[in-house]
Design a protein around this ligand. Structure first.
Ligand code: UD1
Length: 371
């Protein structure tokens, strides 16, 4: 019988924990042949390799090694190399029946564009999310990817409404839950068994975790200075662990802000962490301060208060039902909410429907059983 040949695309850090549960779910379908293609958008060991090791994920079958660049350059390189790769077909010379993309990074959008131009249908996992803020590169990636994909797998109800409003037919839309939470559920016990807290001299519930990497927060010196000042001030009351994304580290050096961090004894500045160490830290923290979309979702499931340093979110369920509060770049609001958390007055959230560790199984069922 003809195998179903899938090109499964990953490129940047947040893609790996979303693709791995899909690859696991596809294993139950012997007639499905998933070929894993890594664009190389992220290439550093601590942004890429460590996730393959820790998630137990198979190594990419094909690596495009596009590397970093301005958006146009990076997107163009992925398009050029992906088109050829998809045209070449599988190792056995079979054509691809479908491309599967996850999330909203440049690799997601560029792979989708290459595929549809070749007439290969695309399934988008984590479709329909909208911040309605077109200054965010990811918002452009989401809009383009969704408009070109024929199967749209959605993690929260707002995504279904957004896609309907944009004219997608109901048959294309599947509310399946959140694949990233599949990985969290699977690996949480392993993460909690690690020595991470002891290594950094931290006590459960007595520290916060901070991640900042969005261009809107870190690319303008005035904005970044203000955010760092808030962190330094906060660290006098609560120890803060800050794993620094390479973009943020670079900006801190470029703007001459390294001294601000070095002089704050309550700040524990670290390189980017692997999946398990990071989950060990977030799951036992008192609070999270972040501009990451994925971390808003993970905090919600872990029941950890999440102060989101963005004026908007494409993941409204994390605010409406979960533990996230939108802070924007408002230092006073951040301080107020930290007090609220320290006083034990922060509202508790609930875990959204279908964020139960079974999203990838639902997706595989739609792709292969219901076809
Ligand atoms: C990308 C995604 C963002 C995601 C983030 C997670 C886009 C538009 N953005 O942002 O949605 O939240 O990944 O990390 O796709 N760099 C390294 N090592 C690497 C890769 C990059 O040092 O392995 C440095 C380079 O200087 C590069 C910069 O980081 O220019 C930014 O990398 P890039 O992939 O363009 O965007 P991210 O900020 O990582």
């Amino acid at each position: 019988m003809h195998k179903v040949n899938l090109a499964c695309i990953v490129g940047a850090r947040p893609n790996f924990m979303k693709m791995e549960p899909l690859l696991l779910a596809f294993e139950s379908y012997p007639d499905v042949n998933p070929v894993l293609i890594h664009t190389g958008q992220h290439y550093d060991a601590n942004l890429s390799d460590v996730f393959f090791d820790e998630l137990g994920m198979k190594r990419p079958d094909i690596s495009l090694e596009v590397g970093s660049g301005k958006h146009g350059v990076q997107t163009a390189r992925i398009l050029e190399r992906m088109e050829q790769t998809l045209e070449d077909g599988t190792a056995g010379g079979q054509p691809y029946d479908r491309v599967v993309v996850v999330g909203d990074v440049n690799s997601t959008m560029a792979a989708t564009l290459a595929a549809v131009k070749l007439g290969i249908p695309v399934a988008h996992v984590e479709a329909g999310l909208r911040s309605f803020d077109r200054t965010m590169p990811e918002e452009i990636n989401r809009i383009v990817t969704d408009s070109l994909s024929d199967m749209l797998f959605v993690s929260e109800p707002a995504g279904i409404e957004n896609l309907r409003r944009e004219g997608h037919a109901d048959e294309q839309l599947h509310l399946v839950g959140n694949v990233m939470i599949d990985t969290l559920q699977r690996l949480l016990p392993q993460a909690r068994d690690r020595n991470t807290l002891r290594e950094h001299n931290l006590q459960p519930g007595q520290y916060g975790v901070v991640t900042l990497h969005r261009p809107a927060n870190v690319d303008e010196p005035e904005v970044l200075a203000k955010l760092l000042d808030v962190l330094v001030e906060t660290s006098g009351r609560l120890k803060l662990v800050v794993p620094l994304h390479p973009r943020t580290r670079q900006r801190i050096e470029d703007f001459g802000f390294a001294g601000k961090l070095a002089n704050a004894p309550g700040l524990v500045v670290l390189p980017p962490l692997g999946y398990l160490d990071f989950l060990a830290l977030t799951s036992q923290s008192l609070l999270v301060v972040t501009d990451s979309g994925g971390l808003q979702e993970e905090s919600t499931v872990l029941g950890i208060p999440c102060l989101t340093m963005r004026p908007n979110t494409e993941r409204p369920v994390t605010v409406d039902d979960g533990t996230s509060t939108l802070i924007g770049s408002d230092a006073e609001k951040l301080a107020r909410h930290i007090d609220q958390i320290l006083n034990g007055d922060y509202p508790r959230g609930v875990v959204p429907d279908l964020w139960d560790g079974r999203a990838a199984d639902r997706i595989a069922k739609v792709l292969f059983d219901d076809a």
